[in-house]
Design a protein around this ligand. Structure first.
Ligand code: KIV
Ligand code: ZN
Length: 528
C-alpha cells in the first residue's frame, strides 16, 4: 500500500513571480501561462492581486473564467481587497481567497498604524489579530476555500504566530500559510518552526499547513523541504524560482527533489514532470527573466557533460553522472528546426508541442511573422518561436504601434533616426539625432509622442542562437512611483529597442487610462 502523502503545489508565478524586478506580463501572456500551469498539473494557481490595478483584476477574472484549477487571488486583510478578490474570482470553478496580515514585530512597527497615536506593539498586535479574524470570517462568507498568510512568519515570535494562526483557523481558514517573507531562516530552524506550530496550535488539524519561502540566502527550496518533513502539506512556488528580490522556491526543484528522492521524502506531487521544461521556457520568454545556465533542472547546462571523464562515464552508464534523465523534465535532445518552406501546419504543431495554444487568428498573424523571420534567418529554432509568441501577445495591447523606422549611423556621421508611430487612424512621424542610433531613435519617439519619460534601465541581449539571433531589448521607464517595462524583439537590435520603448509607453498609457470602481455589489474596470 502506498503510504505517501500528497504535497499540494500552489503556484504563484503569476502573482509573486510577476513581482520580480523587471517582469511584467500582459493579460494574454498570463492566460497562456495559466493554461500551461494547468498542463503541468499544479493544484492551485495564484493568479494575482485584484485590488492592486485594473490589469491585475482583469487577469485574475479571465483566468478564473476559463480554468478548472483552484484559482487563488490575493487580498490584504481589508474588506475592499477581499471584495475585489471575490469579484475577480466570481466565475471560478474552485475559487480561493488568500488574505494576509503582517505579523513580525519589525513589520508591525514599521508598517502598521501611526506611532503618534501612541499605540504600543501589544495594541497593534491585538488589532491585527482582530483584523485577521474579521478578514478570514468575511472571506468565508464568500467562498469556502480561504487561505490565511502570516507575512514575515519566519521572523515572528512563536507565541504571537501560534495565536494568529489559531485565530485564522477558528475564523474558518482552510489553509494557513507560513511565509519566510525575507528568506531569513535556516532549514533546520524553519522545519522546527513548523513542528512547533503543530504542537502549539490546538486546531491545526482543521487546516492544511502551507509554506512560502523566499530565496534571499539561497535556501528557499531547502527550507520548503524541511517544512514538508515537519508537516507542511502545501508549498508555494514559482516557475524558475522567480519572485520578489532573489525569488521564491522553485517549483521544478521541489517537484524533482520529491520525485528523485522519494526514498527519503514519504510524499509526492502530481506535477506532470515532462511539461516542466516547456513551462520554464514559456515563463522565461514572456517575463524576459533569463534562466541562469547552471540552474538546477531547467538551466542550459543542467544535463550537459563537459569533461572527458564524465562523458566517458555517461557513455558506459548514464547513471554515473545523471540522477534523472533530461526526458523526465521534458528536455528534448533533438531540436526541430523550421524554415521558410515550413507551412502553417508545421508551425502550429510545433507551437503546440512547445506548450502554446494559439487560436486560428493568432496563428494567422504568427505565420506572417514567422515567414518574415524565416526570410531573414534560414533556420527558425524553438526559442525563436517562443520569442514570436511573446511578440504576438504584446501586439494585442498596442495603443501606439511602430510602423516604420529608419536609422542612419556610422563612423563620422551624426546618428539620425526617423520613426512613424500609429494610433488608430493617426500617424505620428518625426526625426531626430542623438548620441548613437538608439538615442536618436528614442529622441524621435519622444518628439513624435510629445513625451519625455525617465528611462530607468535599458538592456539588449541576444535571445536565440547563432549570428542571426534575435535581439531582445528590455527597457523600464518611470512615472512618479511606478515603473513600466517594455520588451521588443527583432533581428535588428535598434528596432527591438524602439519597440521596447513604445511598449513601455503603452503600459504607462494602459495604467493611467483605466481604474477600478468598487461599489457594494460590483466592481468595474473603467476607461478614463
Ligand atoms: O512573501 C510573502 O510573505 C508573501 C505573502 C503575501 C504570502 O508573498
Ligand atoms: Zn512572497
Amino acid at each position: 500500500m502506498d503510504t505517501r502523502e500528497k504535497i499540494i503545489i500552489f503556484d504563484t508565478t503569476l502573482r509573486d513571480g510577476e513581482q520580480s524586478p523587471g517582469a511584467s506580463l500582459n493579460i494574454y501572456e498570463k492566460l497562456e501561462i495559466a493554461r500551461q500551469l494547468a498542463k503541468l498539473n499544479v493544484d492551485v494557481i495564484e493568479a494575482g492581486f485584484p485590488i492592486s490595478s485594473p490589469a491585475q483584476f482583469e487577469a485574475v477574472q479571465r483566468i478564473a473564467d476559463e480554468s478548472t484549477k483552484i484559482i487563488a487571488a490575493l487580498a490584504r486583510a481589508k474588506e475592499s481587497d477581499i471584495k475585489a478578490a471575490y469579484q475577480a474570482l466570481r466565475n471560478a470553478k474552485a475559487p480561493r481567497i488568500h488574505t494576509f496580515s503582517s505579523t513580525s514585530d519589525i513589520h508591525i512597527l514599521g508598517k502598521f498604524g501611526d506611532s503618534k497615536y501612541g499605540l504600543t506593539l501589544e495594541d497593534k498586535r491585538k488589532t491585527i489579530l482582530a483584523m485577521s479574524y474579521d478578514a478570514v470570517a468575511y472571506a468565508k462568507t464568500l467562498t469556502p476555500d480561504v487561505e490565511f498568510s502570516a507575512e514575515d512568519a519566519g521572523r515572528t515570535p512563536i507565541d504571537y504566530l501560534a495565536a494568529i494562526i489559531e485565530t485564522a483557523i477558528s475564523a474558518g481558514a482552510t489553509t494557513v500559510n507560513i511565509p519566510d517573507t525575507t528568506g531569513y531562516t535556516h532549514p533546520s530552524e524553519f522545519g522546527a518552526l513548523i513542528a512547533e506550530l503543530k504542537r502549539r496550535v490546538s486546531n491545526i488539524n482543521n487546516a492544511v499547513i502551507s509554506v512560502h519561502c523566499h530565496n534571499d540566502l539561497g535556501l528557499a527550496v531547502a527550507n520548503s523541504l524541511f517544512a514538508i518533513e515537519n508537516g507542511a502539506r502545501q508549498v508555494e512556488v514559482t516557475i524558475n524560482g522567480i519572485g520578489e528580490r532573489a525569488g521564491n522556491a522553485s517549483l521544478e526543484e521541489i517537484a524533482m527533489s520529491l520525485r528523485v528522492r522519494k526514498d527519503r521524502m514519504n510524499c509526492y506531487t502530481e506535477i506532470n514532470c515532462p511539461e516542466i521544461y516547456n513551462t520554464s521556457r514559456m515563463v522565461s520568454g514572456f517575463t524576459g527573466i533569463v534562466v541562469q545556465p547552471n540552474k538546477a533542472i531547467v538551466g542550459e547546462n543542467a544535463f550537459a557533460h563537459e569533461s572527458g571523464i564524465h562523458q566517458d562515464g555517461m557513455l558506459k552508464n548514464r547513471e554515473t553522472y545523471e540522477i534523472m534523465t533530461p526526458e523526465t523534465v521534458g528536455v528534448q535532445k533533438t531540436k526541430i528546426v523550421l524554415g521558410r518552406h515550413s507551412g502553417r501546419h508545421g508551425l502550429k504543431d510545433r507551437l503546440i508541442e512547445l506548450g502554446y495554444q494559439p487560436s486560428e487568428k493568432e496563428l494567422e498573424h504568427l505565420y506572417d511573422s514567422f515567414v518574415q523571420l524565416a526570410d531573414k534567418k534560414k533556420e527558425v529554432f524553438d526559442d525563436d518561436l517562443r520569442m514570436l509568441m511573446g511578440d504576438e501577445f504584446h501586439k494585442k495591447e498596442e495603443y501606439f504601434e511602430l510602423t516604420y523606422i529608419h536609422v542612419h549611423s556610422g563612423t563620422d556621421s551624426i546618428p539620425t533616426a526617423t520613426v512613424c508611430i500609429k494610433n488608430q487612424d493617426t500617424l505620428y512621424k518625426e526625426s531626430s539625432t542623438g548620441d548613437g542610433p538608439v538615442d536618436a531613435c528614442f529622441n524621435a519617439i519622444e518628439r513624435a509622442l510629445n513625451l519625455k519619460p525617465v528611462v530607468e534601465s535599458y538592456q539588449v541581449r541576444s535571445v536565440t542562437s547563432g549570428r542571426q539571433a534575435m535581439g531582445e531589448a528590455i527597457l523600464r521607464i518611470r512615472s512618479g512611483e511606478i515603473s513600466f517595462t517594455g520588451r521588443g524583439i527583432s533581428t535588428d537590435i535598434i528596432e527591438a529597442s524602439a519597440k521596447a520603448y513604445i511598449q513601455a509607453i503603452n503600459q504607462f498609457h494602459l495604467y493611467h487610462h483605466t481604474e477600478l470602481i468598487l461599489t457594494d455589489d460590483k466592481i468595474e474596470i473603467k476607461a478614463i
